[in-house]
Design a protein around this ligand. Structure first.
Ligand code: ZN
Ligand code: ZN
Length: 415
């Protein structure tokens, strides 16, 4: 393991983050185009990434920026009928870029509560219009047709949400420090560190696949919960080879290994270990009881109404579509911070997700019909919402097909 290098300037760290994004995150190849999206506040990182992309042989780098203030102007001044509109031509163009072999990089750094004071009806309609217009292009990403990744940049509005007591400059610096530490930039050779971290995630997933557990049993404060795994489930984690043959690590950071639970086989009580930030609202103290896969009782100390609305979205919204294991010693958990950003928060602790399952976490899942997927236990829903249940007090057993229990995690760490 490389040791922490001292006296590395901010500019050098930013440059290392860009290098890791291109070399490890994307694995960008010579002659490949790159399509990047970023908040305007992330322009310094965009410039570093652009240089590394061209040095790696990119033929063309195109960046699309978003800006909070101009986004808000639509909500303040546009006519009501405007909110069902999305830039379809833009998403068609993104799809065309992906189909012609362009790589995709997203810089995450959004203001977590940007639209929290706007009319929820308008927000919902605008989101829906974008989802519809973006779906064909997004499917190429979720099916891993091309190499893609997401990295984060500290932006002042995001930092202000995390560190409300600090002045904007201090808050942004604190968030950058956290991003550098968690994204494994603070070492002498971040690229080598990432490669060994990625190999570790693959090893972990393979170990769990070899076990072929029928279920997991969780025990911790307020939690006594048995979760069946889908038939022919596959644990996944770390990087993946896209259909274009390029190996990429889609999320930076990534600490989880995850698979598909059986939608009808969750029983018992689960208490969340962290608040859930959902569309600008905080849901705290979540405690739910499952019976045969369904939530039959839901409690929250704050935001219960939002939680109830969420699980009433459709039948699949009160069932589980993902189970992920993250050790409590992961760098995100160690930071003790809540990021209000899924890329970070879902990699901070073991979690489960309400809603849609990942079909690539089932053997030959991409070739199965919706009926075959359902028969194996894969859940179907419009939502996919991760919530954290991991802590240093959580014990997890693997239950074998014959019903015997083996320790998987103790005190939140791998056994
Ligand atoms: Zn996850
Ligand atoms: Zn998830």
């Amino acid at each position: 393991m490389a040791t922490v290098a001292q006296d590395v300037s901010f500019a050098q760290k930013l440059d290392q983050l860009a290098r890791v994004a291109i070399e490890v995150g994307l694995g960008l190849t010579r002659g490949q185009e790159l399509l990047m999206t970023a908040p305007l506040d992330a322009v310094a990182l965009v410039r570093r990434i652009t240089e590394h992309a061209y040095r790696a042989g990119a033929s063309l780098v195109t960046t699309l920026y978003t800006d909070d203030e101009t986004t808000l102007m639509r909500y303040h001044y546009a006519p009501d009928e405007a909110f069902d509109k999305a830039a379809g031509w833009l998403y068609d163009g993104m799809g065309a870029a992906f189909r012609s072999g362009s790589a995709r990089l997203a810089i995450s750094g959004a203001h977590p509560g940007l639209l929290s004071k706007e009319d929820p009806g308008k927000v919902g309609r605008a989101n829906q219009a974008v989802s519809k217009a973006y779906r064909p292009a997004l499917e190429l990403i979720t099916r891993h047709e091309i190499n893609w990744t997401i990295v984060a940049a500290a932006t002042p509005p995001w930092a202000a949400a995390m560190f409300p007591e600090d002045d904007p400059e201090t808050a942004t610096q604190k968030l950058w420090d956290a991003i550098f530490a968690i994204t494994r930039i603070n070492s002498e050779d971040p690229v080598a560190d990432w490669k060994s971290h990625d190999a570790g995630l693959h090893r972990r997933a393979e170990q769990m696949n070899a076990k072929r557990y029928a279920a997991l049993h969780y025990r911790g404060p307020g939690t006594d919960f048995r979760l069946g795994l889908a038939d022919d489930h596959l644990w996944m984690g770390g990087g993946t080879t896209a259909a274009n043959g390029v190996y990429c690590v889609p999320n930076m950071p990534t600490e989880e290994i995850f698979t598909t639970p059986h939608k009808d086989r969750a029983d018992g009580l689960v208490t969340a270990s962290k608040p859930l930030s959902y569309q600008g609202t905080m849901i705290e103290g979540i405690r739910v009881r499952f019976e045969k896969g369904r939530i039959v009782e839901a409690h929250a100390t704050r935001g219960l109404e939002v939680l109830e609305k969420l699980i009433s979205t459709d039948e699949g919204a009160r069932r589980l579509g993902e189970v992920a294991l993250v050790p409590h010693s992961s760098p995100i958990a160690a930071s003790g911070l809540t990021f209000f950003n899924t890329l970070f928060d879902e990699n901070a602790a073991s979690h489960i997700a309400l809603g849609q399952a990942y079909t690539n976490c089932l053997k030959d899942g991409d070739k199965l019909t919706p009926e075959e997927l359902a028969a194996r236990g894969a859940n179907d829903s419009l939502i996919h919402v991760d919530w954290m249940i991991g802590s240093d007090k959580l014990d997890i057993d693997g239950i074998t097909a014959s019903g015997s229990a083996e320790p998987v995690m103790r005190g939140g760490e791998w056994v």
